[in-house]
Design a protein around this ligand. Structure first.
Ligand code: COA
Length: 373
């Protein structure tokens, strides 16, 4: 059977950034305004005062220092605390299409390929800015690809689920080369008025090119040794936004139509599931954790990543073994583990083994074991 190879990756990083201090300043101004506005009710006990946020808490609890975003101004306006991303006319590329094309071009360049070599596009991310036509079909047209495209959403595991679909397509012969693209605009579904989570997300887009091995020069890219997916239903990370259930017009005042989570429960329940999935997946291809040179883990929380790596390896992982991009990017949903891979793989040598592993809402876990060619 033809084997699949990851031959290139790309990353689009929005130029605008928000430091923790700036985010907290805007949030705390909102809190002050709110508490002033409802001072009488708060004094009578009819309403709770809102509590301020703190940059020190954010960095300690999550490892996040800043995030890249599509729009700074709307997020930092205490009256709004929500990005301003204007609608575009139908004859202009969508925001997600623009991000996707930028990341895809880098992946193609890295692989030394052009759009003419690609015959499928999977856009895999947590939120699509419209249901149809599929964002992936728009990206396919923008890149000039002849073939097929479809969208996939499995929250933070979208990219690894998309990767398995791409690997299957290549190995089964329905495509020669597949782009898996994750345009994550997490700032659009984050509730910047929620103290527990207002700091969690950032925006970015990744792209991965998966090709038939006979089309990739020896020594280039990564063999895909196996993929494993796992899902188990949970309400602990949820977003009720949908076409039957839209919330208010501004989209800023309906908390359950945005990201909500029980972060502590997620931490406790998901960490052991992820470690067990990585270990059993490695065992299924006759590998041991000690064979791994690198783990490119989903980037949601630094402490969680350290715990998972420790459970897998039986000891603390070094920063080289489990690289972290949370400080610069925050949680970029399904793009996170792919950003870590994109930025931290060039030092690996032929034969080095690694695992890309995502986890998140669903719950969902996706594991991809790869070997440097
Ligand atoms: N600023 C200051 N203090 C804050 C705060 C903020 N923004 N948000 C919460 N706190 C306070 C809490 O009120 C609490 O105070 P208390 O002890 O007096 O009650 C304290 O900080 C600890 O809060 P807690 O929620 O227990 O923090 P935590 O260490 O669990 O960290 C998360 C919170 C969300 C960062 C963490 O649980 C997490 O990342 N979980 C995993 C999430 C995940 O992977 N999600 C997947 C999403 S795709």
């Amino acid at each position: 059977m033809t084997k699949a190879v990851i031959s290139g990756t790309g990353l689009y990083t929005p130029p605008a950034t928000i430091e923790n201090e700036e985010l907290v300043q805007a949030f705390n101004a909102y809190v002050d305004n709110h508490n002033r506005q409802y001072a009488d009710e708060i004094a009578s006990g009819a309403r709770d005062a809102l509590q301020p946020s703190a940059p020190e808490f954010i960095e300690k609890a999550s490892g996040i220092k800043r995030r890249h975003v599509i729009d700074r101004e709307g997020i930092l306006d205490p009256e709004r605390l929500c990005p301003i991303i204007p609608d575009r006319p139908n004859d202009e590329p969508s925001v997600q299409c623009d991000m996707s094309v930028a990341a895809a071009r880098e992946a193609l360049d890295q692989a030394g390929k052009s759009a003419a070599d690609v015959d499928a596009v999977i856009v895999a991310c947590s939120n699509m800015q419209r249901p149809y036509p599929a964002i992936s079909v728009e990206v396919q047209a923008a890149l000039g690809i002849d073939g097929f495209a479809y969208d996939v959403n499995v929250a933070c595991s979208s990219a690894t689920f998309g990767l398995q679909a791409a690997v299957n397509a290549v190995e089964q012969g329905s495509a020669n080369a597949v782009l898996v693209i994750s345009p994550e605009i997490c700032s659009g579904h984050l509730n910047f008025r929620d103290r527990d989570s207002h700091f969690i997300f950032g925006d970015a887009c990744t792209a991965i090119l998966v090709e038939r091995e006979d089309r990739v020069a020896p020594g280039k890219g990564y063999d895909v040794l196996g993929t494993r997916l796992k899902t188990q239903f949970s309400n602990n990370i949820r977003n009720n936004f949908g076409f039957l259930n839209r919330g208010d017009d501004a989209g800023v005042g309906a908390p359950d139509k945005l990201f909500v989570q029980q972060g502590r429960k997620v931490f406790k329940e998901v960490s052991p599931m992820v470690a067990e999935t990585i270990q059993s997946h490695l065992a299924s291809v006759d590998l041991a954790p000690s064979d791994l040179k690198r783990m490119w883990l989903h980037q949601a929380n630094l402490n969680m990543n350290q715990l998972i790596a420790r459970r897998v390896l039986g000891r603390d992982a070094t920063i080289e073994e489990a690289p972290v991009i949370l400080d610069e990017y925050a949680n970029t949903s399904s793009a996170g583990s792919i950003i870590a891979f994109h930025l931290h793989n060039s030092d690996l040598s032929t034969g080095d083994l690694g695992v890309i592993c995502s986890f998140g809402a669903g719950y969902s876990i996706g594991c991809v074991i790869i070997r440097k060619r």
